[in-house]
Design a protein around this ligand. Structure first.
Ligand code: ARG
Length: 566
């Protein structure tokens, strides 16, 4: 039952010339339950009906006499406030949750249309740091949210596996590299020699020329260069996969920048044919002055291609391959200009699907004020962060629940959950100052709090030893204030998921989960469950069960697991 739509339809039927769709947009959930369950701000109708808001509210109030779903109606300060019949509301909402189970909240808005999402996309031979974590967890959440709403998400990892930095790395390896050390220390060692390259190149600029030469060799398919590059990629992927396994993230495609090597020629020809490519001091670029943007550089003076060239090829490839409904790119806001330029170039090429591409920017992560920079080695390793979080969780379990059966698994679920949730708890565009303390804080509005609430609800269900029987349970008994508040929270889940999709904002789900957990905890304290009598106990257990279903579905949408016990 969609209550907003229902109220809109009922109201539209009572007024002439007002559409239910428009009304549905205006219906609100009053912030305070004293003001009703649903509310219609009548000032929005004032102009069209040529009446004062309060007069409209009074008039509508009169038309609501015998509606069994409604307990009472009030006209206050231009608002029409509807108080739903608590029993009917409880029955309709809890039954819907129990019936839908792990599909509760899902709906088919997408009709199977494809949405490739470019996320995580770390750079080979560079540390997977907390900046990449943001792209990974935001992308993974959007992936799950879109799937839940009937789209077919495609997770694309556009690996940074091509570019001049590989020339530098080859030179660095040939000068200071040691195979054994790389095999043993992986990216850390590659990172070390890469940083050393930059330090030394400050004194010896000829190193830069050598690096350029090696990259040209690589682009031309030189065997030695290619073998080293392949090896750097393998070493790096091994480490990235460790992170992805811990985070429970999977990709459908690992077509990175190098994948477009043989596809850029055709794109450059097309740009030429369409007279978009101009020469500038030996380089080739697309001018964007008209749109107040610097040009998109496509070919360098030395013939090398660039990030832009590969992204243009990738955009066209994705349209062909997936015939997408939308194509998303999840990166930090620092790349906003790059994506504006990219979308403009595609538009200038005459592709009207350019408007179906969206950049999903997020705020920067800084480390106690200092910007994270791979070049300077100023980074927080994700692996270290996750390991610390898991260890800390393990200690807490040892202290609070030493007899728990699968401690290691739960420690991983909760420790990783804490980090992911912390990352998703603010609007994505907000800059984050990383602090170990915040990341490892399990109190308050955190992932572990939500997971713990779910485990607590599960423990009540276990202790009861009863099965919830949807057909016979008397859900209409759930009319206490804390019960109604919890039911209302369960009800808005579906809407929150749609909002999260529309705004491309997973934090809507994480904040929702905190609200839901708080509502459950209030219910748990105010309404005895196991000590209640027969039918009321069964109804409260059903509400508890509906809460675990919703918490679990919500956690899963943002990539968190929901342990039964912790
Ligand atoms: N590798 C890039 C980075 O780490 C992100 C790539 C984003 N995707 C893209 N199609 N440009 O900054």
């Amino acid at each position: 039952m969609n209550y907003k739509l229902w109220l809109a339809e009922q109201t539209a039927a009572k007024l002439e010339g007002v559409s239910a769709e428009a009304l549905a947009e205006w219906v609100e959930y009053p912030p305070n339950p004293e003001m009703g369950d649903l509310s219609l701000p009548c000032f929005k109708l004032s102009k069209q009906l040529r009446k004062a808001p309060q007069a409209i509210a009074e008039e509508l109030k009169g038309a609501w006499a015998d509606e069994p779903t409604v307990e009472r109606v009030e006209a206050v300060a231009g608002y029409l406030n509807i108080y739903l019949n608590k029993s009917a509301y409880a029955r309709s909402v809890v039954q819907a949750v129990l019936t839908a189970g792990d599909r509760y909240g899902s709906q088919n808005l997408g009709g199977g249309r494809k949405v490739p999402m470019d996320f995580s996309s770390p750079n080979i031979a560079k540390t997977f740091h907390i900046g990449h974590l943001r792209s990974t967890v935001i992308g993974n959440a959007l992936y799950r949210i879109f799937n839940f709403l009937g789209y077919e998400s495609v997770a694309v990892n556009h690996l940074g596996d091509w570019g001049t930095q590989f020339g530098k790395l080859i030179v660095a390896y040939k000068l200071w590299g040691d195979q054994e050390a790389v095999e043993r220390d992986g990216i850390d060692e590659l990172q070390r020699i890469y940083v050393k390259f930059h330090d030394e190149a400050d004194q010896k600029p000829e190193l830069e020329d050598e690096a350029r030469a090696w990259f040209v060799k690589l682009e031309q398919g030189d065997e030695e260069a290619h073998k080293l590059w392949r090896w750097f990629v393998e070493i790096s992927l091994k480490e990235f996969h460790k992170m992805y396994d811990l985070l429970g993230v999977k990709f459908d495609s690992y077509a990175g920048e190098s994948f477009y090597n043989d596809k850029m020629g055709a794109v450059l020809d097309e740009l030429k044919d369409k007279q978009l490519l101009v020469e500038d001091d030996g380089a080739l670029l697309v001018r964007l002055d008209e749109f107040n943007m610097p040009p998109a550089l496509m070919v360098k003076k030395d013939g090398g291609t660039l990030y832009h060239t590969r992204d243009t090829a990738a955009a066209i490839y994705r349209k062909k391959e997936y015939d997408f409904d939308r194509s998303l790119y999840i990166t930090d806001a620092g790349q906003s200009l790059h994506f504006q330029q990219l979308f403009k170039v595609v538009e200038l090429m005459g592709y009207d699907w350019a408007k179906q591409m969206n950049h999903v920017p997020f705020g920067k992560v800084s480390l106690e004020g200092a910007k994270l920079s791979t070049r300077k080695g100023n980074v927080v390793h994700l692996e270290e962060l996750l390991t610390k979080a898991i260890e800390k969780t393990r200690e807490i379990i040892e202290e609070k629940n030493p007899s728990l059966a699968n401690k290691d698994e739960v420690a991983r679920q909760v420790g990783v959950g804490a980090i992911v949730f912390n990352d998703l708890s603010n609007n994505r565009i907000k800059d984050i100052v990383f602090s170990w303390e915040d990341a490892l804080n399990f109190e308050g509005e955190t992932g572990p709090y939500v997971q713990y609430t779910n485990a607590r609800a599960n423990s009540v269900l276990r202790k009861s030893g009863e099965q919830v029987d949807v057909a016979s349970v008397k859900l209409e008994l759930l009319t206490a204030t804390a019960e109604t508040a919890l039911i209302r929270e369960l009800y808005v889940f579906k809407e929150r998921i749609v909002q999260a999709m529309e705004k491309l904002e997973p934090s809507i789900i994480s904040r929702y989960l905190v609200d839901l957990a708080q509502s459950f905890n209030r219910f748990y304290h105010e309404c005895p469950i196991l000590k209640a009598d027969g039918e009321l106990k069964a109804a409260r257990l059903a509400l508890t069960y509906a809460t675990t279903i919703t918490l679990k579905n919500g956690l899963s949408l943002i990539g968190l697991e929901a342990p039964q016990e912790m």
